[in-house]
Write a protein that binds this ligand. Structure first.
Ligand code: ADP
Ligand code: MG
Length: 548
């Protein structure tokens, strides 16, 4: 039978190189990755078989693990959807994930420095098989298709693909030729232990073939249907890795069950680290949708607003029809109500963390605040709650402050919440534009995320107080009382400075609109400001940069 030789996509080769050369801190996870893929494959077929039962036939959904010491092979077989030729090439030869290229260069830089901790965050999925195997063979038959295919590689740049006479009847069989130093993975006891630790949340039966006998080695019940008290933190974490394709620890785990008008379970996670593709244009909400335990879709964008796109997890609805099409999801009123419930719950949990664990919350805000603030701009309904959750750098100190804290420190006569926009908080804190505010003891928020330009304009005011950029003219410093003991600005007298101002105006010509004496400066001789009606200076700079 004819065999084709193909090369891995350049990025895949680089990733495989890293996998082979980094001593992965925990090689056990290869089995979790392969079982996770097998479970996904069964989920996908189960969904398709709802509309076309002939696809699934009578074979039950299961994963079977067979170690063979004599042959030094470990085989992981599933009865899922399978892959045809093109899918084998596409799925096992390329990495489709967004942000991969950026991740790899970061990885390589870190590896030069001798560290490889990043890889644990990325997760290498199928390729993790090459941590324990020097050759991997995949035989697969796509449900509903006649021919089977085989794929084989030693993970060194190339793979072969051929038609296969001994492909399974349905699904995928992955055979790992176990490396010399990985013989432990041929021990049934070791496999049992790994599955119990890393894959117990899988809802599908996982069987181990030990001495010719088959036994089920997992609980095989959907984790989210189990009572909270019976789920350990470790199990939640493993489930998060599986459902979220994430590899850090969850910072927040929100497991809930809604009953009454609408019935659904949800298991949502806020990551502890910022994913690489958070600001990638293709990044979508990654919450899976199930209907009565049956998987429907991987990323149901209708379940959460995009300003919560860092949240991962799943929702299982009792109310949706099982055969709901992806198109129908977009307009479904049940989903809209579930989304309202989830947003409320997440905001509630975040508020609780902000009060109970402010330091942890500050880390969360550092990771995801810039995304949450998109909600201030887009989502008027949750604006007040989000303003309560927002944290800022300010001239008051190094930590983060809330708007409530800011309000508590406002000076008598101060009417606005003063902000300054730029790229770097340290630089902003030293900027001449805020000298006068400092002198009067007025706190200024240092805003450094691009989105800040937009939401401050859209929100306008909070608690009756307008947000006002200090770089605009006419900041009403005169009305604000200085704290006791502060130096008073010298009386202006008959403004002998007017002559100097005229000289400046002539010299600068069209480059400036006006030259004025200012109360906002105490140490610096001059600063640039925008006029009240004009665009904020930082925004103007950003737009100019974007146009180039
Ligand atoms: P991920 O699971 O995050 O997509 P992987 O590297 O684990 O990344 O797998 C890549 C792709 O290969 C999967 O998305 C899937 O399309 C396909 N795949 C892997 N294993 C199987 C399997 N057992 N059955 C069907 N498809 C599979
Ligand atoms: Mg996977």
């Amino acid at each position: 039978m004819s065999e084709e030789q193909l090369s891995f996509q350049a990025e895949t080769s680089r990733l495989l190189e890293i996998v082979a050369h980094s001593l992965y801190s925990n090689r056990d996870v290869f089995l979790r990755e392969l079982v996770s893929n097998a479970s996904d494959a069964c989920d996908k077929l189960r969904y398709l078989a709802l509309t076309d039962p002939t696809l699934a036939g009578d074979t039950p959904y299961a994963v079977t693990i067979t170690p063979d010491k004599a042959a030094r092979t470990l085989t992981i077989a599933d009865t899922g959807i399978g892959m045809n030729r093109d899918e084998l090439v596409e799925n096992l030869g390329t990495i489709a994930r967004s942000g991969t290229a950026a991740f790899l260069s970061q990885m390589e830089k870190q590896a030069e420095g001798g560290g490889t901790s990043l890889i644990g965050q990325f997760g290498v999925g199928f390729y993790s098989a090459f941590m324990v195997a020097d050759r991997v063979e995949v035989r697969s038959r796509k449900a509903g298709e006649a021919g089977g295919w085989s794929w084989s590689s030693d993970g060194k740049g190339r793979f072969t693909i051929a038609e296969s006479a001994d492909a399974p009847e349905r699904g995928t069989v992955i055979t790992l030729h176990i490396k010399e130093d990985a013989a432990e993975y041929l021990e049934p006891a070791r496999i049992r232990e790994i599955v119990r630790t890393h894959s117990d949340h899988i809802a599908l039966p996982i069987r181990l073939v030990d001495g010719g006998k088959e036994e089920q080695i997992n609980a095989a019940s959907a984790l989210w249907t189990r009572p909270k008290a019976e789920v350990t933190a470790e199990q939640y974490k493993e489930f998060y890795h599986h459902v979220g394709r994430a590899f850090d620890d969850p910072w927040l785990t929100i497991h809930g069950r809604a009953e009454g008008m609408l019935e659904y379970s949800s298991l949502l996670f806020v990551p502890s680290t910022r994913p690489f593709d958070l600001f990638h244009p293709e990044r979508q909400v990654q919450v899976k949708l199930y209907v009565r335990r049956v998987f429907v879709t991987d990323s149901c964008a209708e379940l959460l607003p995009s300003w919560l796109r860092f949240v991962r997890g799943m929702v299982d609805s009792e109310d949706l029809p099982l055969n709901i099409s992806r198109e129908m999801l977009q307009t479904n009123p049940v989903l809209r109500r579930i989304r309202q419930g989830l947003v409320k719950r997440i905001l509630g949990e975040l508020a609780r963390k902000a009060t109970d664990a402010p330091e942890e919350y500050a880390t969360f805000w550092g990771n995801f605040g810039a995304v949450v603030k998109e909600g201030l701009y887009e989502d008027a309904e949750h604006r007040d709650a989000l303003l309560g959750l927002a944290r800022f750098r300010s001239t008051a100190g190094d930590g983060l402050v809330s708007l409530a804290e800011y309000a508590g420190r406002m000076r008598p006569g101060q009417e606005a919440i003063y902000t300054i926009h730029g790229d770097d908080a340290g630089q902003l804190a030293r900027s001449p534009q805020i000298e006068g505010f400092r002198a009067k003891g007025v706190e200024v928020l240092l805003l450094t995320d691009p989105i800040d330009e937009f939401w401050t304009g859209a929100v306008g005011r909070h608690d009756g107080k307008p947000f006002r950029s200090v770089t605009r003219g006419g900041a009403d410093l005169a009305k604000i009382e200085a704290p006791e003991g502060a130096e008073k600005p010298e009386p202006k007298g008959d403004r002998p400075i007017d002559g100097l101002l005229s000289l400046f105006k002539v010299a600068l010509g069209d480059a400036v609109k006006d030259v004025r004496a200012s109360e906002r400066l105490t140490d610096s001789p001059v600063c640039l400001v925008a006029d009240d009606g004009d665009m904020d200076m930082h925004l103007e700079r950003m737009l100019r940069a974007a146009r180039q």
